[in-house]
Ligand binder design. Structure first.
Ligand code: NAP
Length: 290
């Protein structure tokens, strides 16, 4: 069994990006600039945004965090998005999700101009990704495909089973894994799937993205499979300073000995998600997509 080290892989990619940014600046260009809108004070969102700011620093990017209180109105938020859409100093921006219940998340996603949508959530980017056209790829799926490539894990003709059909992980990952060049045979499972374990046992690459700690047990995994654990559930843990620990969707201790490759949580998919955002921001700054 080999551990897939997302932390080390993402560090290598960030170093490559930083070298590229240094060359751009040496040639008279300017550093890419990522902005993030953070609404309210959700602990998870605060951490994600802080990690994105740190990643920007590592890549030599500028970053700006724009905070609004949880009672911000939808009109105010949409107006802020319009301002960022028009700001030529900002190459790309994200609105950290989830948003408070009174805000229509889909309206917010669709308000971001597709050429600044470095999260790849706008329907234009989602649609272009499905068609295999240049676009900003959704960050978590792009990070997963990058990890598979980095570790030379064969995908062509292989069976890839994804548990979870969310708009940010399952669906866009299915589109990427079946793309020409990746060439996996994809099955997407969800809460209505019958005979789930029979399906997962056929997977050469099994991706767990459902948000249920330890859901994937050893009997659900084919010997020699590659297992990608996307889950990051905060589980209370009094022994930690933070009061919680992050738990993946895979019963790591039992599953790892059966696999050829497996991602840990934390340190697997999470850091790759952030690095994909950095890659999208660089591509936005260089107008490589639009
Ligand atoms: P989500 O929107 O809650 O979607 C969960 C999916 O899992 C749904 O499609 C749901 O099916 C399916 N599901 C739930 N219970 C199931 C069961 N018993 N059997 C089969 N399918 C089941 O979640 P998400 O946003 O995709 O996130 C999933 C997990 O990944 C969470 O832990 C999240 O924190 C984590 N995550 C991590 C990263 C990262 O960078 N590491 C990024 C994004 C998300 P239905 O559609 O039928 O309800």
């Amino acid at each position: 069994m080999q551990l897939i080290d997302g932390k080390a892989t993402s560090a290598e990619i960030k170093a490559d990006i930083a070298a590229r940014v240094a060359r751009i600046i040496a040639e008279g260009g300017r550093a890419p600039h990522l902005a993030a809108i953070l609404v309210g004070h959700d602990g998870g969102s605060e951490t994600y945004v802080a990690n994105k700011v740190k990643a920007c620093e590592a890549c030599g990017f500028r970053s700006t965090v724009i905070r609004r209180e949880a009672d911000v109105t939808q009109a105010e938020l949409l107006s802020l998005i319009d301002t960022l859409n028009a700001d030529t100093d900002v190459d790309g921006f994200i609105v950290q999700l989830p948003l408070p219940a009174h805000i229509d998340e889909q309206a917010v996603i669709e308000a971001v101009r597709p050429d600044k949508d470095v999260d790849g959530f706008h329907p234009v980017n989602v649609g272009r990704q499905a068609l295999g056209l240049p676009c900003f790829h959704s960050a978590t799926p792009a990070g997963i495909v990058e990890l598979l490539r980095h570790y030379d894990i064969p995908t062509r003709g292989r069976s890839c089973v994804i548990i979870g059909r969310s708009n940010i992980v399952g669906k866009p990952l299915a589109a990427l894994m079946m793309q020409r060049g990746v060439d996996a045979t994809v099955t997407v499972c969800h809460s209505a799937t019958e005979g789930l374990a029979d399906i997962t046992r056929r997977a050469d690459i099994l991706v767990a993205a459902l948000g249920r700690p330890g859901f994937v047990t050893a009997d659900m995994v084919k010997p020699g499979a590659t297992v990608i654990d996307v889950g990051t559930t905060r589980v209370p843990d009094a022994s930690r300073k933070s009061g919680f620990r992050l738990c993946g969707d895979v019963d790591f201790e039992a599953v790892a000995p059966k696999c050829s490759y497996i991602t840990p949580v934390p340190g697997g998919v999470g850091p790759m998600t952030i690095v994909s955002l950095m890659q999208n921001t660089l591509r936005a700054a260089l107008h490589e997509v639009y």
